[in-house]
Design a binder for this molecule. Structure first.
Ligand SMILES: NC(=O)c1ccc[n+]([C@@H]2O[C@H](COP(=O)([O-])OP(=O)(O)OC[C@H]3O[C@@H](n4cnc5c(N)ncnc54)[C@H](O)[C@@H]3O)[C@@H](O)[C@H]2O)c1
Length: 340
């Protein structure tokens, strides 16, 4: 049984607490949040018993923990991740790993040197429909992948503590907070692009909507991510992958969510499995399950339990895709193609 403490009990910390509560090999032994009363309320609502502390030091003094799960605003990731690593704890850190390339590398390097595990919340690598696409590409059932287009769109977030998400110095804007999921998935599927060419919209939250062409020799790749849509518009993640003899399409708002068209055949649902949860699904209503959020934490806990370092969404991988997302921002800001 692995003992986990969550640092930051807001939107994401609360979801992670729910998931650890469902995982057989994990137990939540402590929570850190500066809003202690609110954190206690959230735990009580979920029927989870764990002590709440106002600081990381106080929690580390009182609790015996194997791993820390950092769900703090992004500008605090580097400080708290480095403190946790220095204390010899394994770390799960929410995405993006940091706000700068230097901090991303520093955290990944510190974990490597300390010999502790570091996994980053790049949950799309664990999201069932994206895993199904990865398997389909590898299978070559419809030949070679010719092009991939990815979208991630949302209304402006209004819920974050102190509205940190709308402060570019704290969140990096939608380009880092939201769109990085697709940048990271492109890395996962195809490796690091040679260069990026981006454009977008800029406001006080930073790059609030970004459009990028990723330069690869053999496949055309584009992604769009932003939160400029109207508040009540909702959320959509989607992709269209075109192959020599077919297409695979995903839309989080559709039912079924994932479809395939091969050769002269009709478009049909593409069945997929949700490996972490051990469930099988046809995709209907999949967003209501915790999908990749569950799978990534199940994988992290399994790594702790088996004493095997994570291989998917590692610190080094997340630092690499962070560097690409920052190159996209630089490209949008300068109007130039930026090499990676
Ligand atoms: N993987 C995903 O799809 C996904 C989705 C949402 C958020 N996130 C990431 O999760 C992280 C947290 O985002 P969120 O949406 O939960 O934000 P949030 O504002 O809901 O929660 C942040 C929590 O941190 C606490 N906090 C702030 N400063 C603190 C400090 N110094 N010490 C202790 N506690 C402190 C706040 O009180 C709050 O409860 C961010 O990095 C965000 O990018 C990831």
């Amino acid at each position: 049984m692995k003992k986990i403490a969550i640092v930051g009990m807001g939107f994401m910390g609360t979801m992670h607490a729910q998931i650890y509560n469902q995982l057989r090999d994990a137990t939540l032994v402590g929570v850190v949040d500066k809003r202690q009363a609110k954190a206690r309320q959230a735990l009580a609502k979920m029927g989870i018993q764990a002590p709440v502390f106002g600081t990381l030091d106080a929690m580390l003094c009182a609790c015996d923990v194997d791993a820390l799960d950092i769900c703090l605003p992004t500008d605090l990731h580097a400080r708290f991740a480095l403190e946790a690593i220095a204390a010899g704890k394994h770390v799960f850190c929410e995405k993006p790993l940091a706000l700068t390339k230097a901090d991303g590398k520093k955290i990944a390097e510190a974990a490597r040197k300390a010999g502790v595990f570091l996994q980053v919340g790049q949950c799309i690598r664990f999201w069932p429909e994206y895993m199904a696409l990865e398997a389909f590409v590898k299978s070559r059932k419809a030949g070679r992948l010719l092009s991939l287009s990815l979208q991630r769109r949302a209304g402006r977030p209004t819920y974050s503590e102190g509205d940190w998400l709308n402060d570019s110095r704290r969140s990096g804007g939608a380009a880092l907070d939201l769109h990085i999921h697709d940048t990271d998935f492109v890395h996962h599927l195809l490796g690091c692009p040679e260069a990026v060419t981006s454009s977008g919209t800029l406001d006080k939250s930073g790059w609030s909507h970004i459009f990028t062409n990723y330069h690869f020799k053999k496949v055309a790749v584009t992604a769009e991510g932003g939160w400029n849509l109207p508040a009540n518009w909702g959320f959509q993640m989607a992709f269209q992958a075109v192959f020599e003899r077919g297409a695979v399409e995903f839309d989080s708002g559709a039912s079924p969510t994932l479809s395939v068209t091969i050769g002269a055949g009709k478009k049909r649902a593409l069945p997929f499995t949700n490996p972490g949860a051990g469930e099988s699904s046809t995709g209907a209503g999949n967003l209501s399950s915790l999908g990749g959020y569950y799978n990534e934490l199940a994988a992290f806990v399994s790594c702790l339990q088996r004493k095997r370092a994570p291989k998917i969404a590692t610190g080094a991988q997340a630092a690499d895709s962070l560097a690409t997302a920052l190159a996209e921002i630089q490209s949008a800001a300068t109007g130039r193609t930026v090499k990676r």
